[in-house]
Design a protein around this ligand. Structure first.
Ligand code: NAD
Length: 318
């Protein structure tokens, strides 16, 4: 564990936890480093695969269904395949053209469902216009749903039942846990209410006993709301939306947004330079939530494989 020295729980006597900067820590925020944690978790998964191979007789397999030629999706799929290779998963890619009829895509997914060498399946989003991504997700075998987006798995999350969890919010929870951010009784604000990020994020924080408010595009007086947050998760998809005026001293800020800048490089939804002067901790972009999303995908696939062969959970508690 990387102990987080930069904040303290002000009130241990009541159930209300305020995160405030320790007096000596008037300095830029601690960096919540997703790359380092992701690399460590990859090591844990690689070890679990090495140990389980003799029992399973094959490595875990992750299949990515890609439809069309969106260049950003191409980069994401390549990154996932590289991560699989590093950790020891077999990649089973299926790349179909953007004009493939819905029925053929669903048939391709059913083949992957039936493929005994595949433990995790992911539909690379977004899919081209005209394809119903929600219908595709419903075809997935819920136990092979590496992204945790099948309706059954979202229901399992609501009911606190085991099952693959949505990768991005699960990655955020892993980062918060690693930094020992106290969540019980903390005030959390999630900006964004998408099925992919905002909603499962809010549920996960709530299940960790935070008091959660979800903000969205119709929220009034956003800054007034976000300044109340001990933990602020920003998943609005709006570059630079959140600045110093939105953050209280000592808050923990997680930037889920990821955008390509016109001048090159990436940025998030948070104006990181100014927020780093105020927050106790902040995720960088790149190198924060992004690497954790990929790692949680691998966790879901390896976990499906260990469950199938009666092997121990590779990452209990995550
Ligand atoms: P989305 O467009 O589906 O949802 C955005 C949400 O933000 C909506 O609920 C909307 O109401 C809210 N919103 C938009 N503008 C707002 C505003 N001005 N004030 C308050 N709320 C506002 O996007 P998404 O799929 O949830 O993704 C959000 C961002 O996270 C995107 O930038 C996406 O690229 C990024 N993302 C990153 C990762 C990663 O691994 N780092 C993974 C998934 C998504």
């Amino acid at each position: 564990m990387v102990p987080c020295q930069r904040w303290k729980a002000e009130s241990k006597r009541t159930s209300v936890v305020r995160l405030t900067l320790a007096p000596e820590s008037v300095m830029p925020a601690q960096r919540l480093d997703g790359r380092t944690l992701a690399a460590r978790l990859e090591g844990v998964l690689a070890e679990a695969i090495r140990h389980g191979l003799s029992v399973a007789g094959r490595p875990p397999g992750l299949a990515v269904l890609r439809v069309g030629d969106d260049p950003a999706s191409g980069v994401y799929v390549a990154n996932k395949e590289k991560a699989c290779a590093r950790v020891g998963l077999a990649s089973h890619g299926a790349h179909l053209s953007g004009d493939t009829p819905q029925q053929e895509l669903e048939a391709a997914l059913r083949q992957l469902n039936d493929n005994a060498a595949v433990d995790g399946i992911l539909v690379q989003l977004p899919v081209p216009d005209g394809i119903d991504d929600q219908a595709l997700l419903q075809v997935l075998d819920p136990d092979k749903d590496a992204d945790g987006l099948h309706p059954l798995n979202l229901g399992r999350l609501v009911r606190s039942e085991p099952g693959p969890r949505s990768c991005t919010p699960a990655g955020v929870m892993a980062l918060l846990k690693e930094a020992q951010v106290p969540l019980s009784g903390a005030r959390a604000v999630v900006i964004g209410r998408s099925t992919l990020v905002g909603q499962p994020m809010a549920l996960m924080l709530q299940k960790a006993d935070a008091t959660v408010t979800v903000a969205h595009s119709r929220t009034r007086e956003l800054a007034e709301l976000t300044r109340q947050a001990d933990v602020l998760v920003v998943a609005a998809g709006r570059p630079g939306l959140i600045g110093a005026e939105h953050v209280s001293p000592g808050a923990v800020v997680v930037d889920v947004g990821i955008h390509r800048k016109a001048e090159g490089g990436l940025c998030g939804d948070v104006r990181s330079a100014e927020v780093a002067e105020i927050a106790a901790a902040l995720t960088p972009v790149p190198g924060g939530v992004g690497p954790m999303t990929v790692t949680m995908l691998l966790v879901n696939a390896v976990r499906a494989w260990t469950r199938r062969y009666g092997l121990p959970d590779p990452c209990p508690g995550l």
